[in-house]
Design a protein around this ligand. Structure first.
Ligand code: PEP
Length: 249
């Protein structure tokens, strides 16, 4: 049985005050979450605050991105070893917003995956197709290409140390969710593609769904056999909604 995982991606939202309120709200309801590891990924500048608030609790935290480089002259970037200073367990890699707004290629994503592993961080590797790609029947080809780039650079065994998030780009922040059947089909494709090279690893690998997951659709999505949790954007910004999703896991 794979453990469920629900991770909140707060994106570029919040303030010191609102984040404290959100953390307090999540922690107040945490005892009711029985089946999922709960993770939050704040903006970098709030990692210290989150680390302090969550130290010693059952929750984990992570960053939304990292530099593929080590320390050095890379203005505005954040190195993996800095994330270690704030006890991050996870780091989101290859989110579609990074790929589309900041030009992160499959190769850059693969290099970031390598950097994360080198520093003991667990990557949450995001893959997913655009609406035009789905309509052109290219969903599997796109996901395969995104996965293969990471495997080619890091080796298949590197997936042991990470988590995959299937996030159809057309469902992110749009209110349009993939149906449980649509999501399950892609999750099964991901697992079978990895199983072709590493069957045991594929069975253990957590594959999250992301894309407008909300309290009212979380249970049916996470009931699908290959959906092992969620990567949550908008609904992670309200403690009650985030907790309801965690409880549905
Ligand atoms: C995301 O950005 O990872 C995401 C899933 O966002 P939302 O839940 O808002 O669609």
């Amino acid at each position: 049985m794979r453990q469920k995982l629900v991770a909140g991606n707060w994106k570029m939202n919040g303030s010191a005050a609102s984040i404290q309120t959100l953390l307090d709200g999540i922690q107040a309801g945490l005892a009711s979450v029985k089946n999922a590891e709960v993770v939050v990924c704040p903006p970098f500048v709030y990692l210290a605050q989150v680390a302090q608030a969550l130290a010693g609790t059952s929750m984990a935290w992570g960053a939304q991105n990292l530099s593929k480089e080590a320390l050095g002259a890379f203005t505005g970037e954040i190195a993996a070893q800095m994330l270690n200073d704030f006890q991050c367990k996870y780091v989101i890699i290859g989110h579609s917003e990074r790929r589309s707004f900041y030009g992160e290629t499959d190769q850059i994503v693969a290099e970031k995956y390598a950097t994360a592993l080198k520093h003991g961080l667990k990557p949450i590797l995001c893959v997913g197709e655009l609406l035009s790609e789905r309509e052109a029947d290219q969903t599997e080809a796109v996901i395969a290409r995104q996965l293969d780039a990471v495997i080619a650079l890091n080796g298949i065994d590197a997936l042991n140390q990470g988590v995959i998030a299937y996030e159809p780009v057309w469902a992110i922040g749009t209110g349009k969710t993939a149906s449980p059947e649509q999501a399950q089909a892609v999750h099964a494709f991901i697992r079978s593609r990895i199983a072709a090279q590493a069957p045991d690893l594929a069975q253990k690998l957590q594959i999250l769904y992301g894309g407008s997951m909300k309290p009212d659709n979380a249970a049916e999505l996470m009931a699908m056999p290959d959906i092992d949790g969620g990567l949550i954007g908008g609904a992670a910004l309200k403690a009650a909604d985030f907790l309801a999703i965690c409880q549905a896991a």
